[in-house]
Design a protein. Structure first.
Length: 419
């Protein structure tokens, strides 16, 4: 009987295998705020946009004495200079958002230690966008990404109505927050756009809302509908939101065989003076999610929650309903300590039937850091889990690990989308 290698030796061997598989398996990024490069100037990229990202702005405001309004009156370049000074020069850039900027620069082979922002700016400006997009997706090993597309954004709506040659690496998702959260205001806009809707949610109006959703799903070739909802969201309820979900959005998703993505727990404009950086978080009542999954078994729900306190309960709800797919460590939970805690919990409760991360990137190059940091945590947690299997006598093969990782990095989500 050959002597069994020690469990430490096995764990080390498995760690190396997991590292190789994660480094070479492309990811499908299922939620971003990036845009097809041909959508005019909606796609943000370059060092100034990276530095003025609202995650860093929020952290810089904690050091600045001037009011936020004064910051926003500055040019992008001046805002970037100020954030660079406060978060990188006057204080060490230890936060996850700052670390992300350094990871990006490092992966491009740039030496941030020179602390020379003008030189960094010059480097980014030398690249034609098409080549830069290709290189970023290569470095991040992102096969394709899902955009957040809103017909309610005037600039974006005009681009879709004009039409453009699509880049198949940039997939569309239809964002419908104004429809579900501000029906009175949205009813006026739909009427302007030729949909015969009244403020009352009559069958006729709900039919026209479905026509609006169908028109835009076809125009965008959108793969799913998405909405973010506040902690106070409850279902069932005598609200416009509930009525529109039941009478228009969920029937639409069934008609188009698409999941509805719910992002729960965002408290908008906690400090409106900080603009995009001013949103907060609250614990959601996940009974609403139970009632939706239970009440609409023909619908599929892809769900992420913003509150750390909701994460365990979300896993338990997902164990009850196979029409629920859990995804991402969203926004304030996208920190190494919480990604590790949440991913370990999900593996232990859900096995491989979830999607650990999406980037939520707003600036192109963020794909590099968001997935570099995610892969590091995944290596650690997956090596631990597969090592546990090996110690229990179940030696995973490379093919099995590659199959599992492909599922975790977007494969399971796209299968969930197909129903
Ligand atoms: O609502 C959302 O999709 C959030 O991701 C917000 O866009 C938020 O501002 C964000 O960028 N979080 O990462
Ligand atoms: Zn987002």
């Amino acid at each position: 009987m050959p002597t069994q290698p020690t469990s430490d030796f096995r764990r080390t061997a498995i760690h190396g295998l997991i590292e190789r598989v994660l480094a070479t398996t492309p990811v499908v990024d299922i939620h971003t705020h990036l845009y097809d490069p041909l959508m005019d100037h909606l796609l943000l990229w370059g060092i100034d946009e990276l530095l003025v990202y609202h995650y860093l702005a929020a952290e810089a405001f904690r050091y600045l004495r001037e009011p936020p309004e004064k910051f926003f009156a500055l040019s992008r370049t001046e805002q970037a200079e100020l954030i660079w000074r406060e978060l990188f020069l006057a204080h060490s850039p230890v936060s996850e958002a700052c670390r992300g900027v350094l990871t990006i620069l490092h992966r491009f082979g740039l030496d941030a230690r020179e602390r020379d922002l003008p030189a960094l700016r010059q480097w980014f400006q030398e690249w034609p966008l098409e080549a830069h997009v290709h290189r970023v997706l290569e470095l991040a090993r992102v096969a394709r990404l899902y955009m957040t597309n809103s017909p309610f954004d005037d600039a974006e709506r005009a681009i879709w109505q004009r039409g453009f040659l699509r880049d198949e690496r940039f997939v569309s998702a239809l964002r419908i927050d104004p429809l579900l959260l501000d029906w009175p205001g949205t009813a006026l806009r739909l009427a302007e756009w030729g949909y015969n809707v009244g403020e009352g949610l009559s069958p006729q109006t709900l039919g026209e809302v479905r026509r609006f959703l169908a028109d835009w799903t076809r125009r965008l070739e959108a793969r799913y509908c998405m909405v973010s909802l506040p902690p106070e969201f409850v279902y069932p309820a005598a609200t416009d939101t509930a009525r529109l979900l039941e009478g228009a959005v969920l029937p639409h998703c069934r008609d188009f065989n698409q999941p509805l993505a719910l992002m729960l727990g965002v408290r908008r404009h906690v400090n409106p003076r900080l603009r995009l950086a001013g949103d907060g978080v609250g614990r959601s009542d996940l009974c609403a999610l139970v009632n939706l999954c239970d009440g609409f078994p023909e619908n599929r729900f892809a769900v992420t929650v913003l509150s750390r306190e909701n994460q365990h309960e979300l896993c338990v709800v997902a164990r009850k309903f196979r029409n629920l797919h859990v995804f991402g460590c969203w926004w304030f939970t996208n920190t190494p300590s919480l990604v590790e805690e949440i991913t370990r919990m999900r593996l232990e409760l859900l096995g491989l039937s979830f999607t650990p991360q999406h980037s939520d990137a707003r600036v192109l190059e963020q794909l590099i850091y968001k997935f570099d940091h995610t892969r590091r945590v995944l290596v650690k947690v997956l090596a631990e889990k597969y090592g546990d299997l090996a110690v229990a006598g179940w030696e995973p093969t490379e093919a099995e690990i590659r199959r599992d990782v492909t599922a975790l990095l977007g494969g399971a989500f796209e299968q969930f989308c197909q129903g």
